[in-house]
Structures are given as C-alpha cells and as structure tokens.
Design a binder for this molecule. Sequence first.
Ligand SMILES: NC(=O)c1ccc[n+]([C@@H]2O[C@H](COP(=O)([O-])OP(=O)(O)OC[C@H]3O[C@@H](n4cnc5c(N)ncnc54)[C@H](OP(=O)(O)O)[C@@H]3O)[C@@H](O)[C@H]2O)c1
Length: 241
Amino acid sequence: MPYVRRPMSSNSSRNVVVLGANRGLGLAFASRFLEAGDHVVATARDLDAAAELGDLAARHEGRATLARADLADGASLEALAGIVPFERIDLLLVNAGVFGGEDGRIEAVQPAEVAETFLVNAVGPLRVAQVFWSRLDEGSKMVCLTSLMGSIADNGGGGRYGYRMSKAALNMLVRNLGHETEPKGVVVMAIHPGWVRTDMGGPKAPLSIEESVDAMVATIDEVGMERNGAFVDRNGEPLPW
Ligand SMILES: NC(=O)c1ccc[n+]([C@@H]2O[C@H](COP(=O)([O-])OP(=O)(O)OC[C@H]3O[C@@H](n4cnc5c(N)ncnc54)[C@H](OP(=O)(O)O)[C@@H]3O)[C@@H](O)[C@H]2O)c1
C-alpha cells in the first residue's frame, strides 16, 4: 500500500507539546512553533529557572502554556497529561535528554549513572508515549530527539556507554512503537539533530542551534507515514541502526 504524505500545514495552528524546552534545541523548537502560530505546551524541570522560556511564553500569551515535567519521574508526566489542554496532539516532541557520565572506559562506568541516563533518555519517552497515547490520532506525529551515537552500526569509536546505550534503546522504542502507530496513521520518528552548539554539544560543534532546528522543523513538517518507525538525520534521511 503506498504511503500517504501528511504534511502539517504551516498555515493552520497545530497543538504542539515540547518536552525540555527551557534551553538548547528545545527552547528553539518552542520558539519556532509559537512564531508559526501554533498552540504550544512547553515543559521544563524547574519553571522558576526558565526565564527565557517565560519571556517567550509572555510574548505569545494565549497560545503558550508552561508546565513542569521531569522525564525521570512518572508522576510528573501523569500530572503533565492533566495540564495539557489539547484533546488531540498534532506534534509530541520529546527533546529532553542527558549526556550522562564521562564513561569513556569500562572501568570508569558508573552503573547507577547509566541507569539514570536510561531513565531519562529511554524510559522517559516510553512514559510520554503512554500518557499521551490516546491523544495521538491520524496525522499526529511523535518525534524523539535521538543521536547518531545511539547507532550500533555507526559506532566506530566506543565510549559514552550510558548515552550510547540509552539512545540505542530509544531508537528501539521508536521502531517498536511504529508498529503500533501504523494502524492509527501516526508517525513516530527518532531524529538526530547533528552535532550542535548547545550545552550538551559544546562550543566546538559545527552546527548552530538555528541551522539544526530549521532543518528538523522542515523535516518534521514534511514527513509522512513513509518515515514511521524511522531513525533519520535532521534532513529526514534514514540513518543506520
Ligand atoms: N547538541 C547536540 O550536539 C546533540 C546531538 C545529538 C543529539 N542531541 C539530543 O538533542 C536533545 C536536546 O539536546 P540539547 O543539545 O539541546 O541539550 P541541552 O542543551 O543539554 O538541553 C537538554 C534539555 O533536556 C532537559 N532535561 C534534561 N534532563 C531532563 C529530565 N530528567 N526531564 C526533563 N527534561 C530534562 C534539560 O532541562 P534542564 O535545564 O532542567 O536540565 C534541557 O532542557 C537531547 O535529547 C540530546 O540527546 C543533541
């Protein structure tokens, strides 16, 4: 059966949820969607420390809702589900993530730190899918920020155990979930933003936040069911698992 592309029109207002929107790529995503006229629920772990996000929401009063959410805390995600005012979510963007420890060598790996990284990067998105499952309907998209470092096929260098393992698990979540979203007509996708100059990416990264988010927003707008369950780069090209 041929796949139908379901572009999200930039002319009509969408219901968007961005998790981890207080800095880095998440803040830029929230800003981009609000500027496009969308209704956005943007989350942070600590809203009192999210001044830039607060300013952004104030500039778009009426279309921006701020909420607290911690991906490591199931109860906070249940609470978020109660705050999100949308009956249907057009775009559920799981941006939040942690880099984990400096576990370059096996002797240095802290299992408790790896478990915490898993809880945020892999179990968190799973919980997000669960609490919002009933609000994803035909044409909805769930997009998770992953990393090429989670690619098993591409791992030529090793190191970063917790981060690599957790993003590989996130990729499997997306692939698995794709089987369940397929009959609903919902696209679930894992997207790698490239190496970007954020707190996580550091100052040596080649891409600016704008360059990465511009490309990802265009990809998210354009993709349809042909990319359901896929692991793609910021331009929508499939990456090796
Ligand atoms: N930058 C890159 O080069 C790069 C490359 C590949 C993939 N990525 C992925 O892209 C996504 C965004 O990265 P970034 O570069 O923008 O990172 P960042 O600047 O470090 O921002 C990370 C965001 O995630 C939030 N977060 C961390 N732990 C959380 C938790 N337990 N619950 C809820 N939110 C939490 C942070 O909130 P707090 O302020 O509260 O910590 C912050 O908003 C991540 O998933 C990352 O793995 C980034």
